[in-house]
Design a protein around this ligand. Structure first.
Ligand code: GLP
Length: 242
């Protein structure tokens, strides 16, 4: 059973996440962070940036791997996860850009992009701490319901509810890409520590299914129950169905 921590708000969660990452980096200056996009981890990234600045922590050796990317957005598109990770994580934290990777969603090289990404994670020695959000559909990364619990990084089709949820970042819902490349559930489970964050009532069902439901591919978040070291940090609203 995952350790579940109920906090007052996103800032309180951010302080806990920042604490965990700061102690990791102090022990291991070339720590490997697993980075999630979406709005959920933003307060954690802000709290971490503040701690790094206040305590003058040397993060130049810290490495990172993002969970996922859209397929087919032009390079430099502001909503590509490459751009989001640069803007929300690499720049504010002062990480070394070359040490932070995002799956490559370029259609020209997509056939080998998954295995290349797996090889890069292996070469880095695996992810030390993986930050996870969870989608309304129960997805982690972009592993939508039905994803194999043993899956590795690969191309997936986005579900309609996820495209609708993510349309807020694009000019029109039709601009949301149809496909993505995402770390698999098997990839995510290899990280040494999973930290799943969720806030707000819209996530309550997915959180309950992840933490207490049966382990099933129809609720990808439930795979966290297979991991020996998972911390779930939620606010009261997201904890409402636990
Ligand atoms: C996105 C991302 C996920 C994220 C989830 C929730 O589509 N691919 O990694 O956890 O959906 O997003 P949010 O945090 O904005 O609710």
């Amino acid at each position: 059973m995952a350790e579940v921590v109920i906090v007052a708000d996103e800032d309180a969660a951010g302080a806990l996440v920042a604490d965990a990452i700061v102690s990791l980096i102090r022990q291991k200056p070339d720590a490997v962070l697993g980075l999630a996009t979406g709005s959920t981890p933003l307060a954690s990234y802000r709290a971490l940036a503040d701690r790094i600045a206040e305590e003058r922590i040397d993060v130049r050796g810290v490495r990172g791997f993002a969970l996922d990317e859209y397929v087919g957005l032009p390079a430099g598109h502001p909503e590509s996860y490459r751009s989001v990770i640069s803007r929300e994580v690499v720049e504010p934290l002062g990480l070394t850009p070359e040490l932070v990777r995002v799956p490559n969603g370029d259609p020209a090289t997509i056939r080998t992009a998954g295995s290349d990404y797996e090889a890069a994670i292996d070469a880095a020695g695996g992810v030390d701490l993986q930050i996870l959000g969870i989608g309304r559909t129960g997805h982690i990364g972009f592993n939508e319901p039905g994803s194999s619990l043993a899956s590795l990084t690969r191309v997936k089709t986005l579900t309609e509810p996820t495209r609708v949820d993510n349309a807020r970042f694009f000019d029109s819902p039709d601009d949301v890409p149809m496909h993505c490349i995402t770390q698999g559930i098997g990839t995510i489970l290899r990280a040494r520590h999973l930290v799943l964050l969720a806030f707000g009532e819209a996530k309550a069902h997915a959180v309950a299914a992840a933490v207490e439901g049966p382990v099933t591919a129809s609720q990808p978040g439930s795979a966290i129950q297979l991991h020996p070291h998972t911390t779930v940090i939620v606010d009261e609203a997201a904890a409402a169905e636990l």
